[in-house]
Ligand binder design. Structure first.
Ligand code: NAD
Ligand code: ZN
Ligand code: ZN
Length: 336
């Protein structure tokens, strides 16, 4: 089968012919129809983070397709079921975090397209327990970005307990942010979108942002005239953007960190954090119920996925496009 492979950290991806995987106990093989390109895949290929991915690696954790092979004990999934393969490839199900529904913080996780091979391939091996069925009302094309960009921003906002009278600022209107902005509206909040590209700010207005802010010019003044924000969801992998978002928060505000910069340090003022009762929190993707919620909201017309289709052969050019901020808002590899 055809797959895009990172041969070693920092190297260009190679399109290779590799063996079709076979399912072991509890596993399935999925014939991939669509595979979203998350900025995380670029971090993975570059080895940007303190914990490195397996090498060689097939990236991808927004894969959607049909089950074509089922291992022992992989029921109730069956051949022909259409499923999504999210970042959380497997969790132990036994630890205290799994038991309380916070399985993304499992003490023994497997990550799709990071610690196990992902969906930049014609077929992907997955654990049946952590594949999520895609309902009929959601196309495979739309399901791909929802599988990480959607669920991550939905869960991150939920973790900050948004109230309808609050203002949510979403920083970065890329793959994650364009959906995060829509969830802010779904939660009934006033939404503020921040980006550094004119096209992204226009996209935010098209998607229903109440306010847009160009971070290239006078972000602090523009936010002050809005009366500050209560929740800041920062999808941009930039400590500077995180500090600017912290400064924009009203008393009792929540800074939700989602973007994962290669520069793994963030300096924040303690005095303002304490005196204003600010919470600084991190959030990692979402659990299987969260993803099912995202599919359900989408099927009910509450969100719109903005994405363009690409061929897997163009994966290196696609990475460059994302890094240049030229993508409206997600790229999806069409594998069908
Ligand atoms: P993306 O490249 O699609 O989007 C980034 C956006 O930020 C772009 O629209 C870009 O124009 C904008 N931007 C760049 N600099 C900016 C600035 N200074 N101020 C405002 N906007 C700016 O990336 P993505 O796929 O949305 O991923 C974003 C980050 O989130 C990555 O670091 C990724 O690894 C991380 N991520 C985290 C999780 C999680 O669970 N925590 C899940 C998925 C992705
Ligand atoms: Zn992702
Ligand atoms: Zn666990």
């Amino acid at each position: 089968m055809k797959a895009a492979v990172v041969p070693e950290l920092g190297a260009r991806l190679e399109i290779r012919d590799v063996p079709v995987p076979e399912p072991g106990p509890g596993q399935i093989v999925v014939q991939i129809e669509t595979a979203g390109l998350c900025h995380t895949d670029i971090h993975a290929a570059n080895g940007d983070w303190p914990v490195k991915p397996k090498m060689p690696l097939i990236p991808g954790h927004e894969g959607v397709g049909r089950v074509v092979a089922v291992g022992d004990g992989a029921e109730p999934l069956r051949e022909e079921d259409r499923v999504a393969l999210p970042w959380l490839g497997h969790a132990c199900g036994q630890c205290r975090y799994c038991i309380k529904g916070e399985e993304t913080y499992c003490i023994a996780p497997a990550y799709m397209g990071y610690t196990m091979d992902g969906s930049y391939a014609q077929f992907t091996l997955a654990y049946a327990s952590h594949a999520v069925k895609v309902p009929d009302g959601v196309s495979s094309f739309d399901a791909a970005p929802l599988t990480c960009a959607g669920v991550t921003t939905y869960k991150a906002l939920k973790a900050a307990h948004p109230q309808p009278n609050e203002t949510v600022m979403v920083v970065g209107i890329g793959g994650l942010g364009h959906l995060g902005l829509q969830y802010a509206n779904v939660f009934g909040c006033t939404s503020v979108a921040v980006d550094v590209e004119d096209e992204k700010l226009q996209l935010a207005r098209d998607l229903g942002a109440d306010h847009t802010i160009d971070a290239r010019s006078g972000q602090a003044e523009q936010l002050e005239s809005l009366g500050g924000v209560d929740i800041a969801l920062v999808t941009v992998p930039s400590p500077a953007a995180m500090r600017a978002a912290h400064a924009a928060l009203n008393p009792t505000g929540r800074l939700v960190l989602v973007g994962l910069p290669a520069d793994n340090r963030l300096e924040l003022p303690v005095f303002e954090t304490v005196l204003r009762g600010i919470s600084v929190m991190g959030s990692l993707v979402g659990n299987r119920n969260d993803l099912a919620d995202c599919f359900d909201l989408h099927a009910r017309g509450r969100t719109r996925v903005v994405a363009e289709s690409r061929a897997l052969e163009d994966v290196n050019e696609c990475f460059a496009e994302v890094l240049a901020g030229r993508v409206p808002a997600r790229l999806v590899f069409d594998m069908s």
